[in-house]
Design a protein around this ligand. Sequence first.
Ligand SMILES: Cc1cc2nc3c(=O)[nH]c(=O)nc-3n(C[C@H](O)[C@H](O)[C@H](O)COP(=O)(O)OP(=O)(O)OC[C@H]3O[C@@H](n4cnc5c(N)ncnc54)[C@H](O)[C@@H]3O)c2cc1C
Length: 680
Amino acid sequence: MALARSGQAVWPGNRWQEARALPVRGGRLRAASLAARYPTLPTAATEPGWGQCELMAMSAETQTLVSSREAALPTPALPTLSALVVRPGAAQGTPDWAAAIRVAALDCAEEKNQEVCRTYDIHFYPTFRYFKAFTKEFTTGENYRGPDRELRTVRWAMIDFLQNHTEGHRPPACPALDPSTPKDVLALLGRRGSHYVAVLFEGNSSYVGREVILDLIPYENIVVRRVLDGDKAVLEQLGVASLPSCYLLHPNGSHGLVHVAKPLRSFFSSYLKSLPDVRKKSVSLPEKSNKEENTEIVVWREFDRAKLYTADLESGLHYLLRVELAAHRSLAGAELKTLRDFVTVVAKLFPGRPPVRKLLGTLQEWLATLPLDRIPYNAVLDLVNNKMRISGIFLTNHVRWVGCQGSRPELRGYPCSLWKLFHTLTVQASSHPEALAGTGFEGDPQAVLQAVRRYVRTFFGCEECGQHFEEMAVESLDTVKTADQAVLWLWRRHNAVNSRLAGQLSEDPKFPKVPWPTPDLCPACHEEVKGLDSWHEGQVLAFLKQHYSSSNLEDMYSADLGDAGDTGALGQGLVGDRALTAPERPQGPQQAASLRPPLGPSPRTRLSESPQHRLDRRAQSPRGRQEAEAAPFLGLGFSSLDMSLCVVLYVASSLFLMLMYFFFRVRSKRWKVRLYHPAV
Ligand SMILES: Cc1cc2nc3c(=O)[nH]c(=O)nc-3n(C[C@H](O)[C@H](O)[C@H](O)COP(=O)(O)OP(=O)(O)OC[C@H]3O[C@@H](n4cnc5c(N)ncnc54)[C@H](O)[C@@H]3O)c2cc1C
């Protein structure tokens, strides 16, 4: 079955295409929701255990980064997702392999898919998971761990997966992929039949035969077999001089070698598909309507490239805290320390609006004082969602890209905002070193970069990006000796990434990856030395310090702080804070220290024991969240869940009191009896 993402790149064609999210089958995902979304989906396909294997590609916004390499591959891509292609004019129709194995992509970057991604334990993107046909129990699938993520390698892994599928439970539509013997082929020579038989002769390690077999699944009047090159005498007898070669037995008994321009899968497949009487079967494969797809209306927001937009930074933080971290059910050990250090750096240096800084400060203080060595992610989410209703805390709960908006939904966005956040942090650390006082990072010029490095390596959904960044850090991070050098180090590395990615598909044509800042943004940064363009690093540093400073922050388009619906938790203090919205000042330690720890009772009690927490956990599910948040009681911010809990506690305590009352009454009566009748 299939999964794909809104505006997300998925396979078919030899470029990535956009597709929409489909829910996963089985387990927690209900057939009903599938059927509702895709009315053309046959019922069988919406039930768990249907007769096809599945490949699920979990992706995120960052997947487009990988897509560029995939797209550059000359080989035809997997044909299995064309039913989900939403780009106008893109190829549609029944995918050739879909009867045996279907491919789907799920965008874990989409908030609506988070629950699924968490259920399937997806941490990095892209993740490939295989699901066997007829699987009835819920399973998180088999992880694909190939040598690389090249499209061809993944396709071959799919073939291995199909071939190794337990006999008996193999997808019925999947033809035999094991090789036939030369004897079987010789026996067919000269025989009349009702259909063509194509025989692919190939080497042991070749996948061409199996690919052609799968390509021809939906075609009738032809059967494709493969034979390995073991028997030289047979090859000679049939005139097979090179491998791979295709030998064709016609229905009328004639036979001979097929001549194609290149011995490639696509050439063999298209030759066989175009034979007279070879037609596509009229199979009713689960097709999906594309009509509803890609209805996303992208509203372009005009912006000034010389400005830094609060909306980008806040959207990035929202995504980081509520989407990226959500891939980790719980945090412990090195992961927890990485998060703690990263949040400390962000909380102390983030120059944005006060309610956001207060939220970060609260989170930082809570993480710092937490006596636990493992915390459930939901506890972090509770805090970010301000479940405790602390006044004046706010973080937008949706993304709104401005300086990071892409010309297509799958471009730019989160990775762009992350870069901007990182640059902002290095600049703030350089301009306001006092902000890190008391954190243990004071005086360390590499503090921000090391925190960023560990965050990227541990949590950034794009694993490959994390590896690249780590390589750069290993190579030269130890040369950073001052906070200014840290600013320049990140700038240089970012430009190195830009030049590596220039021209790839992940590049937004509207925002080409060129050395930055461009001459129009900073003329003084550029100079010519002996006719060659070079950087004036002193000017670059000054430019970066201005560009990523709080005074260059532009609040236009940022989420309305006055809109309580945004968090459902904006307290009264916020109104006061709103009046102070001047964008600036990194938060000093004393300011953060004045904040109350958010969780009242000890964190341990709250995290693991309290019934409220258990209710809150339930409230994490979208439905639960709606239930829990949609019904504030008496305007006091109590949800209906809170109220039910109160009623239960009230009844329980009344019963307890009544019991105690009767107990003491009976006892006092006995005492009285003893007192009045001492001889008894
Ligand atoms: C840490 C990290 C590592 C990454 N590694 C990879 C990778 O290995 N492979 C991959 O495909 N993608 C990688 N990405 C994503 C990629 O770098 C881009 O973020 C993504 O392609 C979106 O590009 P963009 O056009 O929005 O510009 P981005 O490169 O995201 O830049 C965002 C903004 O930062 C500013 N900017 C640009 N260059 C500089 C600079 N040198 N110094 C300061 N500011 C600058 C500009 O205003 C620009 O619009 C990585 C992202 C991050 C955060």
